[in-house]
Design a protein around this ligand. Structure first.
Ligand SMILES: *Cc1c(COP(=O)(O)O)cnc(C)c1O
Length: 347
């Protein structure tokens, strides 16, 4: 690996107690190009804009994928990743679906480790802080003809973040728009999936809802994901989430929460939840909680949902499962409590 160190640091200008999510980046980035069938020498270099040709495939045909992961610093100043091999495998699953080359495991993992080491001062210790890590790949071949690129650029950039509380999240259940379809690319972290969500989400925002609960594209009767998060429901004392599929992304947070809940002896079901079942449970009082699960916010509790112009407010729980599970998961991630599952990876 080639390492070109930055000659100055931006760290002195950063207020680590007031960070907006994903807005500032560390001094270095990791880069590895794929040119005519071969991965080139991986490089760490100063974070900076770069010049590209306007006809890049990524601009015209959307060959772009990404991952989202976090690094944590414990009380001994050791740095940890959480289940990084899961993100690595998913990255290459996304690559395959978008007709992009697979990134070799050593390129991906060494890139992560070396970048975290070189910018280690950017990661503050303690439970309020983490490093949001964004590996991504774009098609860098040129030419406005709709075929896969010859060349690709794999990069990793990092942004220090504070743990955040999203506030009251009210959601609207999708009756028309879809995030993903059978046979489509919903299971991939493909950039276009997110662009396609922006317009319906803007419409929901205008009606006073922060997020959309996506339903299956064919019938709009099954609840699938909440915004860009997997979604969980607690009905009485059973925690329910849909099985992953072509339309439902295989979230690392989702599967970790399922394991934690089972270990706690919570009753867990992996099955589709119908919109009708949710409305019925809200009406008869058995619906206790709804929450989104994903790396960025970890768990995002939902305070109520709207369906067919009726708003259903959820009860206020004294000790919600969402917060219990969030606490347990973040304690493992930050090495505050023991990792019985072998999920944490020392950098
Ligand atoms: C990334 C993502 C998730 C959450 O995955 P994590 O691995 O838990 O971060 C869920 N749904 C969608 C659509 C996503 O893009």
């Amino acid at each position: 690996m080639e390492i070109i160190k930055a000659t100055s640091t931006k760290i002195k200008d950063v207020d680590f107690e007031n960070l907006s999510f994903g807005a500032i980046f560390t001094d270095h980035l990791f880069e590895c190009d794929f040119i005519n069938g071969e991965w080139q020498t991986p490089t760490i270099k100063p974070y900076a804009p770069f010049l590209v040709d306007p006809s890049l495939k990524v601009f015209h045909y959307g060959q772009a994928i990404f991952e989202g992961m976090k690094g944590y610093k414990d009380e001994n100043n050791d740095i940890w990743l959480f289940r990084p091999e899961e993100n690595f495998k998913r990255f290459n699953k996304s690559a395959e679906r978008m007709a992009m080359p697979e990134v070799p495991e050593e390129v991906y993992m060494n890139g992560l480790v070396e970048l975290l080491r070189i910018d280690r001062d950017w990661l503050q210790k303690g439970k309020n802080h983490s490093m949001y890590i964004r590996p991504f790949m774009i098609g860098t071949g040129t030419g406005v003809i709709a075929n896969p690129s010859n060349n690709y650029k794999f990069m990793i950039i990092m942004s220090p973040v504070k743990s955040y509380y999203a506030g009251e999240v009210k959601v609207i259940i999708a009756e028309h728009f879809s995030r993903a379809a059978n046979g489509g690319i919903g299971y991939a972290k493909a950039a276009g999936n997110y662009a396609g969500q922006f317009y319906p989400t803007n419409l929901a925002n205008k009606e006073g809802f922060q997020q959309i609960i996506w339903t299956d594209d064919a019938t709009h009767t099954k609840l699938e994901e909440a915004g860009t998060m997997n979604v969980f429901f607690r009905i009485n004392n059973t925690l329910i989430t849909a099985p992953v599929s072509e339309r439902i992304l295989d979230g690392v947070t989702r599967k970790s929460l399922l394991d934690l809940a089972k270990r706690n002896g919570m009753d867990v079901e992996i099955r589709s939840v119908l919109v009708d079942e949710l409305v019925e449970a809200a009406k008869n009082g058995s619906l206790q909680e709804i929450f989104g699960a994903g790396t960025a916010a970890v768990i995002s509790p939902i305070s109520g949902f709207s369906y067919k112009d009726t708003y259903y407010e959820l009860p206020k729980n004294e000790n919600p499962w969402s917060l219990q599970l969030k606490e347990e998961l973040t304690n493992i991630q930050h090495k505050v409590s023991e990792d019985h599952f072998g999920w944490t990876f020392k950098v």
